[in-house]
Unconditional design. Structure first.
Length: 169
């Protein structure tokens, strides 16, 4: 069970993959549908792409809902300089064959113009070499300071994400 692997074993036992039971029976809620439909910007938080954001995206209809939204979808990398900021996303990424890097996570989500979900992606300044390759793949990327150490630096990341989203209008 995931919680046993995550909490008791601290992701130290190699995982072979992740499966959400009965996800095929789930549907986006009316509130989620309304929020996405009416949004000016959709922000993908710097969370675990496999076990936090992945299950949301696996809900039947959720990707289509994001793709049909008029709002730009901008993500913030939770990987800085090849390391996870918090948690054990690196173990989850390894289990599904994805490198622990800001670029690899953005490529996992994919460019919206190619049926992925991202229009834009923020990477840390230490990952600036990702900007060009991701732009070539259709994901407008900016390198900015991403360490959220206090309220001011956290607010700056939010401003940077909104500024990137505004560049799509």
């Amino acid at each position: 069970h995931f919680q046993d692997w995550w909490a008791r074993h601290r992701a130290q036992v190699p995982a072979l993959g992740f499966e959400q039971q009965n996800i095929d029976q789930a549907r986006p809620s009316g509130g989620a549908h309304e929020a996405i439909t009416r949004a000016d910007v959709i922000l993908l938080a710097p969370s675990n792409p496999i076990v936090s954001i992945g299950p949301v995206l696996a809900i039947p209809g959720m990707r289509d809902l994001l793709l049909s939204s008029r709002a730009p979808v901008v993500g913030v990398s939770g990987i800085i300089d090849g390391s996870v900021v918090r948690g054990m996303a690196d173990a989850c990424l390894a289990a599904v064959g994805i490198e622990t890097s800001a670029r690899a996570v953005a490529q996992h989500y994919g460019a919206r113009r190619a049926s992925g979900i991202l229009d834009g992606w923020l990477v840390d300044e230490t990952d600036a070499e990702s900007v060009g390759p991701l732009a070539d793949a259709g994901i407008r990327t900016r390198a900015v300071p991403l360490w959220m150490r206090d309220a001011d630096s956290s607010a700056q990341v939010a401003r940077d994400a909104l500024e990137l989203a505004a560049s799509f209008t």
